[in-house]
Design a protein around this ligand. Structure first.
Ligand code: 2M8
Length: 449
């Protein structure tokens, strides 16, 4: 069988195997519930093999949206036992809301990838016939106000720095959980190691401790959840009440990209003035990212600690993602493309600058290669017409997955698979990479607006 056909078949099989009937798990071993941005990446791949599941997956997640617009970072499956994942529903103590029983979700968020995913699923729907196209239109109608509510929550309630950017209140909200980009801000968060006597980490039962966060960091993660939870998950006066409030370049890039996708969706749904407002918001967020997070000396985007006002000195993969912003200034695009192709990163990009002291080739988000952020970097290369680098990245990613399997992440030197095997977003985005060699069509999505 042709290697591409083989990869296609194995990727589709992973998505099948991880489908629960209502939603897709990130992986059967480590993550037995529904995760927010994983749902979006999975939908992008399901668009090719089973669009009905792509929509069902998005719908399941948004059915758990809070009345304030936040989309929880994990929606707990009531059929999965409490001890299958830690921290589970009992730790989060989320009250009942919107007709849903208590303890149905976490109170954190993740990067709002869903508008882009919905747009991608819609774009591919016509290829599956008239019925699928009709369903796509109906689902877009249902999702649009919910996607807008998510943007409003993040842009308003989470603008803790008053800068037009959304802040994250926990490293888990970034999706780049253990990135060195949080180290400096996290160092000021108390680490109560006794929490680990009270609560048992579950991740270490199913994965190698040298890959996962240290106990000190884990104790900080739990302390941050407790603080946010005990404040009723309120976002009032965040920078006074909460010890971790950070503006992340990757999170805010996804926020801006969501506005651009919403502009497309609003256009299809016949709301031209809303489309115009979405494009303006994307421009506003892009300007704020440039103003707040660009460091002209390092020529890189860094996370900003809102409480201290300091930019993190680290060059994490999140600092490359503003490349996906179509309105980014040419000099910044050039600097990011240079970083992407330099020894610091290289194709495919690792999750951290290889030359930085914090780089760790195995530990979670501190060095290994992840497919989802590479997919976003590739999108950025295409948006800025860097076709050659985008094609090279596409080939490198497909080679990596084909040789090593649909792992959660990969060793940045040897390429060997790490973390969970049969990981949904690796499989889903492999399908998209296999299907989409027509690079310029991507960029046109934005330029046509
Ligand atoms: C990882 O995060 C979870 C917590 O949310 C964990 O470490 O247990 C991250 O890689 C995150 O980006 C991802 O969404 C999640 C599920 O795949 O796993």
């Amino acid at each position: 069988m042709h290697p591409d056909a083989e990869l296609w078949r194995s990727a589709a099989a992973v998505l099948d195997q991880n489908w629960t009937g209502r939603y897709i798990v990130p992986s059967r071993t480590l993550y037995p519930h529904q995760w927010s941005w994983d749902t979006a990446f999975a939908a992008i791949g399901l668009a090719y093999v089973n669009p009905a599941r792509a929509w069902r997956n998005l719908r399941s997640l948004f059915e758990a949206q809070w009345p304030d617009g936040r989309v929880p970072h994990i929606v707990f499956d009531p059929d999965v036992p409490e001890d299958a994942y830690f921290p589970g529903p009992r730790f989060w103590r989320v009250p009942a809301y919107a007709g849903r029983p208590a303890r149905g979700s976490t109170g954190l968020v993740q990067p709002p990838m869903h508008a882009l995913a919905a747009w991608e699923v819609y774009r591919h729907a016509a290829a599956h016939g008239a019925g699928a196209a009709q369903q796509a239109r109906t689902e877009l109608d249902w999702l649009y106000p919910r996607l807008v509510a998510q943007q409003e929550f993040l842009g308003d309630r989470r603008d803790a720095g008053g800068s037009g950017l959304a802040s994250i209140v926990h490293p888990w909200e970034s999706g780049l959980d253990n990135s060195p980009a949080w180290d400096e801000a996290l160092a000021t968060v108390p680490a109560d190691l006794s929490l680990l006597d009270t609560y048992q980490r579950r991740d270490l039962d199913v994965s190698d401790a040298t890959h996962r966060p240290t106990d000190t960091d884990y104790a900080r993660y739990l302390g941050l959840v407790e603080n946010y939870r005990d404040g009723g998950y309120s976002d009032n006066d965040l920078s006074l009440r909460h010890p971790f409030v950070v503006e992340c370049p990757a999170f805010n890039t996804v926020l801006a990209t969501a506005e651009l996708a919403l502009a497309q969706i609003a256009g299809v749904l016949g709301h031209p003035s809303a489309a115009h407002r979405h494009r303006e918001r994307a421009q506003g967020i892009t300007a704020a990212i440039t103003h707040r997070l660009w460091d002209p000396e390092s020529e890189f985007f860094h996370a900003r600690d809102v409480r201290s006002g300091r930019l993190s000195p680290e060059r994490g993969v999140g600092g490359l993602l503003p490349l996906a912003l179509p309105d980014l200034a040419g000099a910044q695009v050039d600097a990011l493309v240079a970083a992407v192709t330099s020894y610091r990163f290289g194709l495919p990009v690792p999750s951290h600058d290889r030359t930085g002291p914090a780089f760790d080739d195995r530990r979670y988000w501190r060095g290994p290669v992840w497919i989802n952020v590479n997919w976003l970097v590739r999108r950025g290369l295409l948006v800025h017409g860097r076709r050659h680098e985008a094609d090279e990245l596409r080939r490198a990613l497909l080679r990596l997955v084909h040789r090593n399997g649909h792992y959660e992440y990969f060793h940045p030197e040897t390429g060997s698979g790490l973390g969970s095997p049969a990981f949904s977003w690796t499989a889903a985005l492999s399908l998209d990479l296999l299907a989409d060699s027509s690079a310029p069509a991507y960029a046109r999505v934005f330029q046509a607006t």
